[in-house]
Design a protein around this ligand. Sequence first.
Ligand SMILES: *Cc1c(COP(=O)(O)O)cnc(C)c1O
Length: 497
Amino acid sequence: MKYTSTRNNAVSVDAAKAISQGISEDGGLFVPMSFPQISLDDIKKMSEMSYIERAKKVLSLYLTDFTEEEISYCVNGAYKEGKFDSEKVAPVVPFNDEAYILELFKGPTCAFKDMALQLLPYLLTVSAKKTVDGKEIIILVATSGDTGKAALEGFKDVEKTKILVFYPSDGVSPMQKLQMTTQEGSNVSVCAIEGNFDDAQSGVKKIFTDKEIGAKLKENNMQFSSANSINWGRLVPQVVYYISAYCDLIADGRIVAGEKINIVVPTGNFGNILAAYYAKQMGLPVNKFICASNANNVLTDFITTGEYNKNREFFTTTSPSMDILISSNLERLLYHLTGSDDKAVAEMMGKLNNDGKYTVSEEVLNALKADFDAGCCSDDEVSATIAKSFKEKNYLPDTHTSVAIKVYEDYVERTGDDTVTVIAATANPYKFSKAVLGAVEADYVCSDEFETVDELSRVSGVKCPEQLANLKGKEPRFTGVCKKPEMTEVVFKMLGI
Ligand SMILES: *Cc1c(COP(=O)(O)O)cnc(C)c1O
């Protein structure tokens, strides 16, 4: 399996190179040149396997330059017993007659990012051995809250790596901030940046592609790589859990092999939903992908009209991990929908950079609509959805998951579609305690994060996961804040070069 760039079809690299480099030199993203296939027979066989075995099977199709031993080492390490609060790793639980919730937040940091970021350090260190022998890998991360912590946790004390995380000072929840600023490990650094996630992301992207900075790292025997979902090593682990969820539905007798399902994903950077798209291209029977957004509904408009326009008000919502106006991974979908038209993609990305918008052709829009539906909702609707879900289903979703539930309910009302549906649940409710408590007990006021946690636990009867509860009283290690133009300087300082 070879990988090319969304902006230059002349590029051809192995998985190890795509993963260790993170982003193509032309600014494009690495994409597989073909979609490996899994048959219904394969799927039936996989329905009898453990999560780890399913992961090995899927990864071996994409990482053909890895040996079987290497893949086993990576997967066994990432999902070994005790790392996830469920022996199924990503369990599927019933929500109503047609819909099931795929719980992706059972990992060490309580967000779905763990699914990929527990595996990525293994993939990256194995890749680096094959490609950039001897160099120290510098992981540079821009985070809307969950990626930062999950990456820190995945990379802490991993040999020959350093990890630097930038998060928007006002764009993350108190629990997310505490998780990052208290991070342990000898190779980690965290800094807040004045601005929103898009500022952090564009700042990091710029540092990444800056030739001078790259040269300075090289002098010091270092090389940047990315743990953001632009890295193929982030996406490929995510393909696994959609196939795994389908296998679980078969194993539990909820569907028969071959039956199509819908997949609903609360979406920000478009990585999670794109992984589901790859699963479909591999042969997973999917009817519709339903792309769910909060008030930052640039994707809803895009999927409805074919125009992507980021020139709009930016909202800070109760689902901060989706407060994004530039969905980086959409570039990969555009590449596939245009029939691998690198020129067209480069042109659209140029327009996005210069004018903040672009429009796809009628043909691409039709292809997009054949696979995708979309919807969005407000913070008030999220709150009402949490309350209703808890009251009627005894299920306490977090704010992001609630965006997906609400958009799914609207979709069913609009279309009458009763296809069996998998809703991706992306975070534990205790990561966003204030908003969740506000939904189930509107008149309760508390100023302290852990008072909120205690009260939420009391009213809901749902226990706060230990990895969050244990942060109580912990002193922050990282309190720095910088402005966007200062990021380069901060990076050099963090690296001591
Ligand atoms: C990152 C994140 C999302 C958005 O996922 P994308 O892959 O960026 O679309 C949704 N919910 C939570 C809780 C997240 O952390």
